[in-house]
Structure formats: structure tokens, C-alpha cells
Design a protein. Structure first.
Length: 397
């Protein structure tokens, strides 16, 4: 056997080669040696199945579109271009499932939570995020206690930090704004209704709502029907109003979730025409809103960019703004930046920039009066938000 020795590599040759390799790696070669940037994991938990599946799916798509836009624009720049990754959850429209889904996405690494549309599921998620120290932005859910109870616990010293903030009108603010809009619309229309029947149920929707309407109408003979409905009850109540041939000025709701959704419009058709309701709504006078709405139309197979998709879109964009300012993924740093928000980049109709008060609510989250005209929901009041003139009183059948 021949004795072939390997040639010795001189120290200078080795250092030169190592330097060349390091330079190549800095230029991106080979790719397998380049470390992947960490991602910001956001748990997006909404009702994707169950009775509220349609709005929940709209929330998810709105959140995903915003995450895609953030990543396409370079990610969180103050965190070296950190990309946003959604960890998706489904409450199934059940509060107990909402709680377990919150725990699941947190265990999978969620650093921020957003959700969850219905107040029951959202409230069930609150103890989880407070215990686990996870910032929670409520994109949609109106029940006042969701934030107020946490703020009170912090004030009383029972908890150290509030991790729950909400960028959505509270139930109380829904009512106040509805009263304001009712008065303004009636004055603008030069009518003076004397009797208004307010109809609502404590989430026991269905036949009882229709029966309650019939009893109330017989007793009061109202000028205005003011229903607070969900999809199932609306599909019983509104056709009943048509069948009874009521001599009323119109149907003007102080807040009925879902009247603008494609499923409702298809099911109720002419029974929804001219119905008005005070709801959180997108600012379609904003060119950015129009552009996002056009993209949403394509990605949703023809659905309208609405309350649900819009507030979830804004929620993700607000989270990105918070992270830019926090310059950290530490939960307390995120909460501090969230608390100090003064954000004017939203697509929804606000009364000013997104800010948070002592309860963790955004006082500038307001409603808009929409009306179904020509089978489509459009903003009709206040004037600065309106894209079309309202029709009131409604034409006689």
C-alpha cells in the first residue's frame, strides 16, 4: 500500500477560506445555515362553527388578511422584521370551549390573544389570560363586565396588571349612541314617533321573540319597532311583521348583530328592506377601507367587508402598532404599549384615534346607523359617515 499523506493546510490558508465562507454566508449562501427569524404568535379565537359560524369566519378572514398585509409590508420593523403567525381557535359558540381554546393556543406559544365575538366566550377567556399573563385584545364583544371586572380587580389590589383591553363599543355605549341616532334621524325626517316597542331576549332566541312581539304590539300599537335580534330570531320576527301588515313608520334597531351578513340578506330578502340598525361599521369613505373591502370580496366569495371582518382586521393592525412601539414581546411591555395607544390607522368608523380608558375600553369606538337598501347594508347616519341618504318613514306596502 502506498503511503499517501493528506496535504497540510497552512494556518493562513485556513483563515482565508473561513473568512470567504463567512462572507458567503452573510450574502445568503448556503441558505440552510441562515437562522430563521422568530415569529409573533397571535391566538385568534372566534366561533368558526356553531350558531355564530358566519360572523366568526368573517372575523378569522379579516384577521388573516391583516396578518398577511403586515407580513407583506416587512413585519414588525422594530423587532427586526418579525412576522406575524396566527394560531387559530374555534369557540364553537360555547363559552367553555372558548376557555379551553384559549388555553390550547397559549400552550402552543401564543404571545397575544385576540377574539372572540360573543361575549360569553370572551368572558370565559379572561381568567385564562389574566392567570397566564397574556395580553388580550377583544376585537368584538360588547358586554361591559368583560373589561370592567378586571379593571376593578386591579384597582382593588386583587390583581396586579390588566391584560384585557377592548377595541369595540360596549353594550352601554351601544344604547347611548342608538338613542342619539334615533333622535337625529327622526328630526331629519321630520317625524315624531310617540310609541317605540323595544324587543330583546336574554339570548333565548326563537319562538318566544315572535310571541313577545305580538303581545307587545297588541298592547302598545307602536309607531316604531326596535328589535335587538340575532340571526335565528330575526328570521322569525321580521317575516311576522310583514304578515301582520303593521301600520308603523319603520323598524329601527338599537343594535342587531348579523342583519348585514350574507346569510341574513339571502334568507330574509324583502323583509330586511328599509330596516335600520345602529351597529359598528366600516368607514367606506376611506380609500384604504375600499381597497381592503375589494380584496375581502374576492377572498370571501363575494361577501361584504363588515362589522366582524373589519374589527378583526383593525385588531390585528392595532396589535402590530403596539408591538412596533413596545419593541419587545415581553407581556408587560406589550400591555404598557397597548395602554398608551393613540392609533389612527383603523378602517372602522371611530370618533377619534383608538385610545384606552381606565377600564381598558376604547371610548372612540362608536356605532353607525346602517340601513338595508336594495338588498345591501349601507351607512346612512351620522352624516359624516353616511354614503347614502336614509329612507324613513319606510314606503307603504
Amino acid at each position: 500500500m502506498s503511503d499517501r499523506r493528506q496535504p497540510r493546510v497552512h494556518r493562513r490558508t485556513f483563515l482565508k477560506a473561513a473568512g470567504t465562507a463567512a462572507g458567503a454566508a452573510a450574502l445568503g449562501f448556503p441558505a440552510v445555515l441562515r437562522a430563521q427569524a422568530p415569529t409573533l404568535k397571535v391566538g385568534a379565537v372566534h366561533p368558526i362553527t356553531g350558531p355564530l359560524a358566519e360572523p366568526g369566519q368573517a372575523c378569522r378572514l379579516g384577521a388573516q388578511m391583516a396578518a398577511d398585509a403586515i407580513n407583506a409590508a416587512g413585519g414588525i420593523k422594530s423587532l427586526n422584521g418579525m412576522k406575524v403567525e396566527l394560531l387559530l381557535g374555534d369557540t364553537q359558540t360555547k363559552p367553555d370551549i372558548g376557555r379551553t381554546e384559549a388555553e390550547r393556543v397559549i400552550n402552543q406559544g401564543a404571545q397575544v390573544l385576540m377574539g372572540s365575538f360573543d361575549s360569553g366566550s370572551t368572558a370565559a377567556m379572561v381568567p385564562v389570560v389574566q392567570q397566564r399573563r397574556i395580553p388580550f385584545l377583544v376585537d368584538i364583544a360588547a358586554a361591559d363586565p368583560i373589561t370592567a371586572n378586571v379593571a376593578r380587580a386591579v384597582k382593588d389590589g386583587q390583581q396586579k396588571t390588566q391584560y384585557v383591553y377592548r377595541n369595540f363599543p360596549t353594550g352601554t355605549s351601544f344604547g347611548r349612541r342608538a338613542v342619539q341616532y334615533f333622535g337625529e334621524v327622526f328630526k331629519e325626517a321630520n317625524v315624531s314617533p310617540k310609541r317605540v316597542v323595544l324587543m330583546y331576549c336574554n339570548d333565548l332566541f326563537g319562538q318566544n321573540n315572535a310571541k313577545g312581539f305580538q303581545a307587545a304590539h297588541a298592547a302598545a300599537k307602536p309607531d316604531i319597532i326596535a328589535p335587538i335580534t340575532r340571526p335565528a330570531s330575526a328570521q322569525l320576527l321580521l317575516p311576522e311583521i310583514r304578515k301582520q301588515r303593521l301600520d308603523i313608520l319603520g323598524i329601527v334597531g338599537p343594535g342587531s348583530p348579523g342583519l348585514y351578513e350574507a346569510g341574513q340578506l339571502a334568507a330574509l330578502k324583502e323583509d330586511l328592506e328599509y330596516v335600520m340598525s345602529s351597529l359598528p361599521w366600516a368607514n367606506f369613505k376611506n380609500p384604504r377601507t375600499q381597497a381592503v373591502a375589494a380584496e375581502y370580496l374576492k377572498r370571501s366569495n363575494g361577501k361584504t367587508f363588515d362589522t366582524n371582518s373589519g374589527y378583526s382586521y383593525d385588531g390585528m393592525m392595532l396589535i402590530a402598532d403596539v408591538l412596533e412601539r413596545a419593541k419587545s414581546t415581553d407581556p408587560d411591555a406589550i400591555v404598557e404599549a397597548l395602554r398608551k395607544s393613540n392609533w389612527s390607522g383603523g378602517l372602522m368608523q371611530y370618533a377619534g384615534p383608538v385610545v384606552f380608558n381606565e377600564l381598558g375600553d376604547n371610548p372612540n369606538a362608536v356605532t353607525t346607523m346602517i340601513q338595508i337598501l336594495g338588498g345591501k347594508p349601507v351607512a346612512v347616519w351620522p352624516k359624516e359617515a353616511a354614503v347614502q341618504k336614509f329612507v324613513f318613514p319606510r314606503p307603504k306596502a
